[in-house]
Write a new protein. Sequence first.
Length: 76
Amino acid sequence: MMAEFELDCLGEVCPVPLVKAQKKIASMAVGDVLTVHIDHSCAMKNIPDWARKEGYNVEVEEVDDGEWDLIIEKNK
């Protein structure tokens, strides 16, 4: 049974959202999904790059102009 988690990182600049995402993913089980809400273009690049390097599935959804949801599935 997968669980879903959310991190609100709106208004936070790098590397804070990345560090929060890394800590949260580390505490999650395989199959769980983390949605990170961001509005900083640096995090928009760094978090997906890190997640893909770790081998996780990543989806980027633009919620608003300059605001994104990063959906990361911990698949291993």
